[in-house]
Design a protein around this ligand. Structure first.
Ligand code: NG1
Ligand code: ZN
Length: 551
């Protein structure tokens, strides 16, 4: 076992001194949830301080590998902020450490140095190891103050750190993975923002060989960090052959504009284009969220009806294209391709994956880390949440097969090269709206499809997503894939009865991990039935939670 150097006295003193600059919000209990810590920005100082301490410990525990800290509240309103830790391969923080994060964030400031020391002992951290942290933030006004707090925690604990300033969440994940694989056989890329753009542009150019994108793409950037970053990407893409992209909602100067009446979450939950949209009939449009890890597409059809192409659509498009390339490359028998969804996926998309694409599909609990882990069990794991957060992972076995297969024809050679380029274009560390957007553009170009043909692959079942405010959402406990309520007792049976009353009826309720509500999803053969099913289930949940249902 590694030697356990104790926490040095001068570090404990520095932690205590630095911590006392801040005030802990009274009576507030913090919890590291599916999206890290997220709340009103003015409550976050001590949480960020604790996360800074933990990031250093995590790096020491992993022998000085780089750990990432991202300060963002994604699609939340401008006055919120949040923080997430990034593990060495660019993945979300390991589950067990979420508990340590929660513990440190709730420690009283007067004794935080002792709690830090106890934690280091409990986790058996070798305090003699180096600690290295990279961090970045989105464009929220509170970000610079919070970076100051993070800086104070890292300085007190003598952690080596690099501030990458403004970045999208996936860019920071990319940097972390690059830093930790540099000089190894798994080298992921150049650990810089420019390296990120160049990797995307180079692989994009390779997959686009011989095909052309039709028309332009309008990208709504949620007035967040994705705007300036997309503009940077376009500069590099132009040099690589280009893509006609119109950037809209990229105002990062007005702090209140962020995620307001625009962005992926707005489009997905309201099922409508941002009011500012000037897109014409059949124009291809996409929206990012505030930290550019979610992406949805949409368009207006000939009857002026809004049509959404969400995460389920991106997953099916990607899976079908990769399956097609694998077949062309003559390796489809060797690669097991799977599609991972959550229960929020539209039932029609799961049917399409099973019956038309003939691929295995499974549900995991909500939250991308669950999907990511499930995806790693396949050679090619395509995973997306319906809200547009997702990516594709390729196993070592898949990489070997793609690299080492000897092509027998020019067509097979090109398919293998395209697959290899796709593995570079896709941000395998985490769902990445900019990378996913290039992936969608590439596939549509190859298929020669407008968004209308893409939409035509299957017909979504009408669905609803409602929120119910309850007294205590923690009483709502679900089974492994979130679809069955195991508590309160008897409630699931009542929901099942209602489901049977509607054609293709499916509904489930689960406590949100990011908001103080219970979410109710419902789908059925017609919009009217979906709405009625939702009304019935929100009503049941409201009664069980002893509060009124709210829509
Ligand atoms: P909660 O609030 O736990 O439903 C939401 C999303 C998740 C995930 C997290 C993190 C839905 C229904 N839920 O979680 O998919 O993205 O936020 O941001 O979209
Ligand atoms: Zn996000």
């Amino acid at each position: 076992m590694a030697s356990q150097a104790a926490v040095k006295e001068h570090i404990k003193t520095a932690i205590s001194k630095a911590a006392l600059q801040y005030t802990k919000p009274e009576g507030k209990v913090f919890e590291y949830g599916t999206a890290g810590f997220r709340m009103k920005a003015d409550l976050l100082n001590t949480v960020i301080f604790a996360v800074g301490l933990l990031a250093g410990l995590r790096s020491k525990k992993l022998s000085g590998q780089w750990i990432g800290v991202m300060i963002t509240a994604s699609h939340n309103p401008a006055e919120d902020n949040g923080v997430k830790l990034v593990d060495p391969m660019g993945e979300m923080l390991e589950g067990a450490w979420e508990v340590y994060a929660t513990k440190l964030a709730n420690a009283p400031l007067e004794s935080i140095a002792e709690v830090y020391e106890q934690l280091a002992k409990e986790i058996e951290v070798d305090m003699g190891n180096p600690a290295r942290v990279v961090f970045a933030r989105d464009t929220r006004a509170s970000g610079s103050r919070l970076v100051g707090v993070l800086n104070a925690a890292l300085t007190a604990t003598e952690v080596e750190f690099i501030d990458f300033k403004y970045m999208t969440t996936p860019q920071l994940h990319y940097i972390v993975r690059c830093k930790n694989t540099l000089g190894t056989q798994y080298e992921y890329g150049e650990p810089s923002e420019q390296g990120y753009y160049e990797k995307l542009a180079t692989s994009f150019k390779k997959v686009m060989r011989g095909v052309k994108v039709q028309g332009s793409l309008t990208v709504d950037c949620a007035n967040g960090v994705g705007g300036p970053k997309l503009r940077e990407l376009i500069k590099v893409l132009d040099a690589a052959g280009g893509l006609d992209i119109k950037v809209v909602n990229d105002d990062v100067i007005n702090p209140d504009a962020l995620n307001f009446n625009c962005g992926a979450d707005y489009v997905k939950t309201k099922q409508r284009a941002p009011p500012s949209s000037k897109a014409g009939v059949l124009d291809r449009c996409a929206s990012l969220d505030g930290d550019a890890d979610r992406l949805v597409y949409y368009f207006v059809d000939e009857t002026n009806t809004f049509r959404l192409l969400d995460g389920d659509r991106i997953a099916t498009l990607a899976a079908s294209f990769i399956g097609y390339l694998a077949q062309k490359a003559g390796i489809s028998q060797k690669l097991n391709i799977g599609v991972i969804q959550t229960a929020y996926a539209n039932g029609a998309s799961s049917d399409y994956i099973k019956n038309v694409l003939k691929l295995p599909t499974e549900y995991t609990r909500t939250g991308v880390k669950h999907l990511h882990h499930a995806a790693l069990r396949y050679d090619v794991g395509v995973y997306f949440e319906a809200n547009g957060h997702g990516t594709v992972t390729f196993s070592e076995n898949a990489m070997k097969i793609i690299r080492n297969t000897e092509p027998q024809s020019p067509a097979q050679k090109q398919a293998l090269e395209s697959l290899l380029a796709l593995t570079e274009l896709i941000n395998q560390a985490v769902g990445d709206a900019l990378s996913d957007m290039l992936l969608v553009e590439v596939i549509l170009a190859h298929k020669g499809w407008s968004p209308k043909e893409w939409l035509g692959t299957y017909t979504d079942l009408p669905s609803t997503l409602d929120r119910v405010v309850v007294k205590d959402r923690s009483i709502f406990k679900t089974s492994d894939d979130d679809t069955i309520l195991t508590s309160p007792a008897g409630l699931q049976g009542e929901i099942d009865t209602f489901m049977l009353m509607f054609n293709k009826g499916r509904s489930f309720a689960r406590a949100s991990g990011t908001e103080d509500v219970v979410r109710v999803y419902a789908e059925a053969a017609t919009r009217g039935e979906a709405i009625n099913l939702s009304k019935a289930v929100t009503g049941l949940v409201g009664i069980a939670g002893k509060a009124d249902a709210q829509h």
